[in-house]
Write a new protein. Structure first.
Length: 108
């Protein structure tokens, strides 16, 4: 169990990502090849002639750094008010420009 003092030292972070391109076909030829290699290895489907590469991209690309982008970063912390109630505070930075999201200052 954590004490109040320990909990007040915690910073909660959540980073949400999305695929760089909506569809597999929108990737350039090199990235399509990289995805196919990675997906076949991930799904253990190296020799499966029926492997659905575009579907695997739609389902899993957002999980791999080289095929995704950051779309939201959320932070949070917990403090106790004077009357003893736990009060949580959160803040989120989001948008379509990954660099702008990551450069936002995390000031409360």
């Amino acid at each position: 169990m954590f004490t109040r003092a320990e909990i007040e030292k915690l910073l909660f972070l959540d980073v949400e990502t999305a695929r760089n391109q909506d569809k597999f076909e929108e990737l350039d030829a090199d990235m399509q090849g990289f995805w196919e290699d990675k997906a076949r290895q991930y799904y253990k489907a190296e020799d499966d002639p029926d492997f659905d590469t575009p579907y695997s991209y739609k389902e899993k690309a957002g999980l791999f750094a080289e095929f995704n982008r950051v779309v939201c970063v959320s932070t949070g912390y917990i403090r106790w008010s004077d009357d003893g109630k736990a009060v949580g505070r959160t803040r989120s930075f989001y948008g379509s420009d990954e660099k702008a999201i990551l450069l936002k200052q995390l000031v409360y």
